[in-house]
Ligand binder design. Structure first.
Ligand SMILES: Cc1cc2nc3c(=O)[nH]c(=O)nc-3n(C[C@H](O)[C@H](O)[C@H](O)COP(=O)(O)OP(=O)(O)OC[C@H]3O[C@@H](n4cnc5c(N)ncnc54)[C@H](O)[C@@H]3O)c2cc1C
Length: 282
């Protein structure tokens, strides 16, 4: 296993924000994952898994112990079935699924990060979510046991699951069979819509807040007049108000202050407590 000390985390996130990891584990074999976990337990270190870093805001002081599954990137797709390891690139996996005529893949395009992150977050959008297609997930439990969970045990729901606290090693999927050209065309369409409505070239973590039932967080934030508002180097995107961007060396403190102002104003104007979609470490 590779163990790095004082590893900078900001370059490993799409926000480009965050301090260093005191311990940064890169297991090379599956059995090394529980080993890293028990090492951290013995030292009293809170170990977190970092996937593509596209849905996390890491604090300016960093995090004591971080584990990366970057050596576990294998994917396979045969007929309607597919397999992927937790550290595999989610966009590359989705492309493979589309090439293999897996219907539903089109709904998952334009989501960066890894397969592990996508499963934990039940990534998706208007058109569908990854959890719908899961058969089973192999995880390491907090006590170090490697177990396989059936889909029903994963608790997939809107941008959430019961996989928290576990390390997602790999998963098996099953998709309905579709028409490859239709899937590819639909994928292009969905991606064009995303390109037109999201600041895809800025440093962001996607939507910061979950949509409250029956409402759109972005619209509420926009109605409070936040588009373009800045705190230090952090800004509310003028393209999509639920995307906060790191425009000029923003700190996590800048981003958290902006988040807190938005929450306060939305609560005052709409009477709604916005819930974070992104994970804040620190
Ligand atoms: C431009 C942009 C567009 C986006 N669009 C969408 C979208 O349309 N729909 C959507 O749902 N999301 C979207 N996102 C958010 C993000 O891409 C997804 O949530 C993604 O699935 C996160 O994956 P990740 O590997 O980057 O996870 P990370 O950000 O690294 O981690 C997210 C959480 O998952 C945990 N985690 C990661 N890997 C594992 C693992 N192997 N085992 C256990 N826990 C793990 C982390 O500890 C953390 O709690 C977007 C982000 C960006 C930047």
């Amino acid at each position: 296993m590779i163990l790095k000390r004082d590893e900078p985390l900001a370059p490993r996130t799409s926000y480009r924000i965050g301090g260093r990891a005191e311990y940064f584990f890169i297991p090379e074999r599956m059995e090394e994952v529980p080993q890293a976990m028990s090492y951290c337990r013995a030292k009293g270190l809170d170990l977190r898994v970092l996937g593509g870093g596209t849905n996390v805001l890491i604090g300016d002081r960093g995090w004591p112990a971080v584990l990366s599954l970057e050596r576990f990137r294998h994917t396979d797709s045969y007929g309607p079935f597919a397999k992927a390891e937790g550290g595999a690139s989610f966009p590359a996996f989705v492309k493979k699924l589309a090439d293999n005529a897996c219907r539903g893949a089109e709904a998952l395009c334009g989501i960066p990060g890894t397969v592990g992150g996508a499963l934990l977050m039940n990534a998706g959008g208007h058109y569908g979510e990854i959890g719908e297609f899961v058969k089973r997930v192999k995880v390491v439990e907090p006590d170090g046991r490697i177990v396989t969970l059936e889909r029903e045990q994963c608790g997939f729901r809107y941008r959430d699951s019961d996989l928290k606290g576990r390390v997602i090693l790999s998963a098996d999927f099953e998709f309905p069979e579709g028409d490859r050209d239709e899937i590819r065309n639909r994928m292009r369409e969905i991606f064009q819509k995303k390109k037109a409505s999201q600041p895809l070239h800025s440093h962001s973590a996607g939507c910061v807040f979950k949509n409250p039932p029956g409402a759109a967080a972005g619209r509420m934030i926009d109605e409070c007049g936040f588009k373009g508002t800045r705190v230090g180097g952090a800004a509310v995107s003028v393209v999509h108000a639920n995307f906060l961007t790191n425009d000029e060396n923003a700190s996590a403190a800048d981003m958290l202050e902006l988040i807190s102002r938005i929450r306060g104003q939305v609560k005052q104007r709409h009477g709604v407590e916005l819930e974070l979609e992104i994970k804040v470490w620190g």
